[in-house]
Write a protein that binds this ligand. Structure first.
Ligand SMILES: Cc1cc2nc3c(=O)[nH]c(=O)nc-3n(C[C@H](O)[C@H](O)[C@H](O)COP(=O)(O)O)c2cc1C
Length: 236
């Protein structure tokens, strides 16, 4: 009897988990890099949900060396379009997320994040001293270009979270690297803030009838080329 009850509970949860997994895959199949948006506003609760998923992204050492600027001001979006290869999604979107990342790792910045984490956990700041000294000693000699690149890579992970969360909310996105970073930094007055722009993410809704990509087959590397199982035996 007990075994039957256990089996039915397990089946119930397995079905729920499978549904959740399938729904993420379905959402990722639904999404595409939208080429034409229709200007419809995305409700604020959906924007908040996408931003929260973005904030919850993991990052190396938990430093979150990036943040997100949210722009819906049309006059500013017009200016951004000019420096984003004239891509019309920048103005036809509802909100534009601009991902910006640290230009370098410094003792001050790393300490601020770790101290905050320790405060939130009710632990002494000194708990992180060894770890902090270790990463700073590794990062320091690598130079500022490496720092900016590493921080930028972290922002790409959060960017992917935003794209997936938007798809779950049936909100369209266009991932964008196609813009002039230095010009955008200048426009957004990032100089002196310690941040540099890394990515743009227009959020909005597709205009099916004017989007050449909407009905195109989604193409990815075939599974057999993409996934390789490796064991120690294979490496001998
Ligand atoms: C980091 C990154 C940068 C991209 N930059 C642009 C861009 O500037 N403009 C654009 O229309 N699409 C851009 N794309 C979209 C890709 O071309 C698209 O994701 C890819 O072809 C796969 O198609 P899908 O997203 O429709 O499945 C970018 C995608 C990524 C991940």
């Amino acid at each position: 009897m007990l075994v039957l009850v256990f089996d039915s509970i397990r089946d119930h949860y397995t079905t729920r988990i499978n549904k959740k997994i399938m729904s993420l895959i379905d959402d990722l199949k639904w999404r595409y890099a939208t080429k034409k948006m229709n200007g419809t506003k995305v409700p604020q609760e959906k924007i908040d949900y996408i931003l929260e998923a973005t904030r919850l992204s993991p990052s190396s050492s938990g430093l979150q060396p990036y943040k997100v600027l949210v722009i819906s001001d049309k006059a500013l979006l017009e200016k951004i379009k000019d420096i984003a290869w004239n891509q019309n999604q920048v103005i036809d979107c509802s909100h534009l997320l601009v991902f910006v990342a640290w230009d370098k790792y410094t003792n001050e910045r790393v300490s601020e994040v770790f101290n905050y984490t320790m405060d939130q956990r009710g632990l002494p700041h000194s708990n992180m001293d060894d770890y902090k000294a270790n990463i700073l000693s590794i990062y320091e000699p690598l130079g500022q270009e490496w720092h900016a690149h590493h921080a930028s890579k972290q922002s790409y992970i959060a960017f992917a979270m935003a794209i997936a969360a938007a798809a779950e909310q049936k909100v369209d996105t266009t991932p964008m690297e196609g813009f002039l970073n230095e010009k955008l930094d200048e426009l957004l007055q990032l100089e002196g803030t310690g941040y540099k722009s890394t990515l743009l993410l227009p959020l909005g809704y597709r205009e099916d009838e004017n989007d050449w990509l909407v009905n195109m087959k989604k193409v990815r590397t075939p599974k057999e080329d993409f996934i390789t199982e490796v064991s120690l035996e294979d490496l001998k």
